[in-house]
Design a protein around this ligand. Structure first.
Ligand code: C2O
Ligand code: CU
Length: 506
């Protein structure tokens, strides 16, 4: 059923992962229209609070033209519906699990109370599973001693007391996050605020999410993934040689393969979200704008707006990172086809979508010199430093990937940081590991012996570590005490134990 290993000899210089090739014919690129995922409407909105209901269910979608693909989706969609939350509005999302397996919902980048953060053992069991049924042979997947387990439905509460930003929500079930996200459990969550709206950045249909997921498809049109247990109920993990991470040969943008979008000759804000399990992208525009300028003006990163826009010739985006960029299609003659290229891709993955400039318009948008107030986290010689080493574990068994030489244990707290105290966290790496910390964002201080890299600007919650690299960040947790985690966001590494838990203390 599953495709053979492609020509991409990974782990490589660019990816720590292995290509799974589709065995179904792939559509021609740029032949399907670009779509924006639907914005979810609340069931109620009053007094600064709103309530949403999302049903996690199976659905059959036409992802590849003329083919049927079953997904596990939020509201049966891939990606799920987008939630738009004004800053300060309390949002409660009640998820109902109508699937056949446990799930966990995490709002990635959210400043969320521990009870709603989606700790991997805080399971939401399916509404319909027979009582007492064993959901997994693996001790952790039933919650163990550590999980707060719900059945049927579960409310997740988000305060949204954080600046405007492009967040995303996705599955976080212990041991099975990779296959469950791959099959569809991921969606966008946008926080808006007045300060951002007042800037005059491209808005409305000139403000577009670009959620990138690579996938592979089997001959019958289903999503291919090398799970040891394709039902995702018993044995976690993936078959060799995919334990370093799974890459697909189809690039989906907002759930459509290599789509094309007709654009005005005007500025667009593209909210780039890498929702791929393991693939890194180096995005560029071809052709570049006339005059050879930088095609991207970066205005935001994971945690929201930058202090000032940053010109970028390319955007290197690791799994789970977000880059908010403005592209001015006014720099192209009407009729130009502009490809969003991927310099790290080979063959079918060397481009991700295409824009076609179709009309000239009056463009009232702008990108101001100053975007947002910026607080640099202060560090001093006595700032506490914590080390987190990301490395491959022993062969065999589920613990392929380790942090500080240890496999994840949901009941072991590996750090107890104090709220409101800035710390330096030093991440070091053997291979590629996109490192993500829950609860609070961080600022990159150093990459190796240099300052922050060119893609490290702003408030980050995920940072791309390359082989043998050390990255130091300043981090300060605020407001919420409880159990949180940091982990590698290569989802196969995450599932194979590359996570660590910490507890924030008042
Ligand atoms: Cu996007 Cu702990 O995850
Ligand atoms: Cu990793």
């Amino acid at each position: 059923m599953l495709g053979s290993t492609g020509g991409c000899a990974n782990p490589s210089r660019d990816q720590t992962a292995r290509l799974l090739s589709s065995t179904t014919p792939l559509p021609e690129r740029f032949s399907v229209p670009f779509v924006v995922p639907p914005v979810k409407q609340p069931v109620s909105r009053a007094g600064g609070a709103s309530a949403y209901e999302i049903v996690q269910r199976r659905a059959v979608l036409e992802i590849l033209p003329g083919r049927q693909t079953e997904v596990l989706g939020y509201d049966g969609l891939l990606p799920g519906p987008t939630i738009v939350a004004p800053r300060g509005e309390q949002v409660t999302v009640t998820h109902r699990n109508e699937l056949y397996l446990p799930t966990v919902v995490h709002l990635h980048g959210g400043h969320t109370a521990a009870a709603s953060d989606g700790y991997p053992t805080d399971l939401l069991l399916p509404a319909a599973s027979p009582t007492g049924r064993r959901l997994s042979g693996h001790a952790h997947t039933t919650g163990g001693a550590s999980g707060v387990v719900a059945r049927g439905s579960r409310p997740y509460v988000y305060e949204n007391e954080q600046p405007a930003a492009t967040l995303w929500y996705h599955d976080h079930r212990m041991d099975f996050t990779g296959p469950q996200v791959w099959r569809g459990l991921a969606g966008l969550y946008l926080i808006t605020d007045d300060a951002e709206e007042a800037l005059g950045l491209p808005a409305g249909d000139h403000d577009l999410p670009v959620m990138i997921m690579d996938r592979a498809f089997a001959a019958d049109g289903s999503l291919a993934y090398p799970s040891l247990d394709p039902r995702l109920l018993e044995t976690p993990g993936v078959r060799d040689p995919y334990t370093a991470g799974v890459l697909g040969d189809v690039v989906l943008i907002n759930g459509r393969p290599w789509p094309e979008l007709a654009v005005d000759a005007a500025r667009y804000r593209l909210r780039i979200v890498n929702a791929s399990n393991a693939r890194r992208y180096r995005l560029g525009l071809s052709p570049g704008p006339a005059g050879g300028g930088a095609p991207f003006l970066q205005v935001g990163s994971d945690g929201g707006l930058l202090a000032a826009p940053l010109s970028q010739h390319e955007i290197l985006v690791a799994p789970a990172e977000r880059f908010d960029v403005v592209v001015d299609f006014g720099a192209y003659p009407v009729g130009t086809e502009v490809v969003l290229t991927n310099a790290l891709g080979l063959g079918s993955t060397d481009a991700v979508m295409r824009f076609r400039v179709v009309r000239s318009v009056r463009d009232a948008s702008r990108v101001p010199e100053h975007l947002a107030w910026w607080e640099a986290l202060e560090t001093a010689p006595d700032t506490p430093v914590r080390e987190w080493r990301f490395s491959r574990g022993g062969a065999g068994g589920p613990a392929h990937w380790l942090i500080n030489g240890r496999a994840f244990d949901p009941d072991r707290m590996d750090a107890r940081p104090r709220l409101d105290q800035t710390e330096i966290w030093r991440f070091s790496s053997d291979l590629h590991h996109p490192v993500h910390v829950h609860l609070s964002p961080f600022q990159v201080l150093r990459r190796g012996s240099d300052g922050p890299g060119r893609w490290d600007a702003g408030w980050k919650d995920t940072v791309d570590l390359t082989p043998t690299e050390t990255v130091e960040v300043a981090i300060r947790f605020t407001e919420h005490t409880g159990r949180y985690m940091l982990h590698c966001h290569n989802l196969e590494h995450e599932d194979m134990m590359m996570m660590a838990a910490f507890e924030t203390m008042a």
